[in-house]
Design a protein around this ligand. Structure first.
Ligand code: IMP
Length: 187
């Protein structure tokens, strides 16, 4: 069980993140030239990534959001997912891109993809800020990603631990540290 006595180790700076988001935005712009994709952000974790990403996409796109909750708490996804808020738009025959903060075991995105695929979009792709490939329990991968990371719990840039740290402008690794009360915010 994690406590709130943490040390944050910097992982990616604001500048590195901006660079990666710009690259992914350009990839999407290139791949969807002449199309008008519907970009669906999975809340809450994707809100900062989504806001930055869509401004790097040079297309006439549309935006929608879903709120998805994983049952259970802590730092491990339970694999059981509940849709708290569905998308408002009809996705039938649309080119849909799901935007998520992190692909970990893939249980969350698998459930979301199953729900959305049943509504017959023309295409469905996954764009994640982070990819923890070594943690995968389900055979599902991202079509677009900013960074592949090791199996460490990260916070910042929209990602939380117990609803905290989402507002860090950089990405940090969260580790238990019994002796430290200190938070290292240098990046
Ligand atoms: P999955 O269903 O195991 O792929 O987990 C996906 C969800 O777990 C993400 O959308 C996050 O909300 C949460 N998550 C997984 N790893 C981390 C992490 O390192 N930091 C913060 N949240 C995480």
């Amino acid at each position: 069980m994690k406590t709130i006595d943490k040390v944050l180790y910097s992982q990616y700076s604001k500048e590195k993140i901006a660079e990666a988001v710009k690259r992914v935005g350009a990839e999407i712009t290139r791949d969807y030239t002449g199309k008008s994709p519907l970009i669906i952000g999975i809340l809450k974790g994707s809100f900062i990534f989504m806001a930055d990403l869509i401004r790097e996409i040079d297309l006439l796109c549309q935006v929608d959001f879903m709120v998805v909750k994983s049952y259970g708490g802590g730092t491990v996804s339970s694999g059981l997912v509940r849709i708290v808020k569905d998308v408002d738009m009809d996705i039938k025959d649309r080119d849909v891109i799901i935007v998520e903060d992190i692909l970990d075991t893939a249980a969350t995105l698998q459930s979301v993809c199953d729900v959305l695929r049943a509504r017959k979009p023309r295409s469905l792709k996954i764009c994640v800020f982070l990819n923890k490939k070594t943690r995968r329990k389900i055979l599902l991968d991202a079509d677009y990603e900013c960074f592949e990371i090791e199996n460490e719990f990260v916070v910042g840039y929209g990602l939380d631990y117990a609803e905290k740290y989402r507002n860090l402008p950089y990405l940090a690794v969260l580790r238990d540290n019994d002796s430290a009360q200190e938070v290292q915010t240098e990046v």
